[in-house]
Design a protein around this ligand. Structure first.
Ligand SMILES: N[C@@H](CCC(=O)N[C@@H](CS)C(=O)NCC(=O)O)C(=O)O
Length: 208
């Protein structure tokens, strides 16, 4: 059966389009636009799931939320393609980064966004929250010193998960030439035809 992806423009949901392209699973996209003033998702997403967040997918009559959970579901459906590498270390790194993206990267990035919107009021928090992001980038840079991808020498769904936070860091949180390994990784994933097809299908996306 065809998977339906409920995709909010310009969002972390872009990763799931890329993953679906990599996995070669049949899918259709229902696109949603953000409110231009508040940047919030439209209420129509709440008709699919009460939280009204994207991404969500529908498959076989079931609604699945939360990007990493969706990624694991899709990898399993594709017979393990882009799943954990065969070795124990790769398996551990795969699980770690699958969760690190939303669990450790997104909270300070979201914090920076909120602090920025607060203007002068947010000023005292800008430096400490910015430092939280910098600490993550400095460590991630060392992680990619001896391997091409986050879980080893091959692309996995863990890289797909890490794409959005690192793209957000590149566009607004200090990921620059001081982090050559991270920039090389971004360049590599952006060059993939499946990534480019996903961009065409997803509509507006300000981070690639
Ligand atoms: N941890 C969740 C976060 C979901 C989430 O917050 N999605 C954002 C897209 S970037 C959203 O729907 N925002 C619109 C809104 O909150 O109205 C996941 O990874 O699926």
């Amino acid at each position: 059966m065809t998977i339906t992806l409920h995709h909010l423009e310009n969002s972390r949901s872009q990763r799931i389009i890329w993953l679906l392209e990599e996995l070669g699973l049949p899918y259709e996209i229902k696109r949603y636009e953000r409110n231009p003033k508040t940047q919030k998702a439209p209420d129509s997403l709440k008709a699919i799931h009460p939280l009204g967040k994207s991404p969500m997918i529908e498959d076989d009559g079931e609604v699945i939320i939360e990007t990493a959970a969706i990624a694991e579901y899709l990898v399993a459906k594709a017979g393990g393609k882009l799943g954990a590498p065969g070795d124990a270390r790769g398996e551990r790194l795969y699980t770690q980064y699958l969760h690190f993206a939303e669990g450790s990267m997104m909270p300070p990035l979201y914090g920076l966004l909120v602090v920025g919107r607060l203007g002068l009021l947010g000023l005292p928090a800008r430096k400490p929250v910015g430092q939280m992001v910098t600490d993550l980038l400095v460590w991630l840079e060392t992680e990619l010193a001896d391997r091409a991808y986050f879980a080893g020498d091959q692309l996995t769904a863990a890289d797909v998960m890490m794409s959005f936070p690192l793209e957000a860091c590149r566009s607004r949180a200090g990921l620059d030439e001081r982090y050559p390994n991270l920039l090389a990784w971004l360049k590599k994933i952006h060059a993939r035809p499946q990534y480019q097809t996903a961009l065409e299908k997803g509509g507006p996306y300000a981070y690639a």
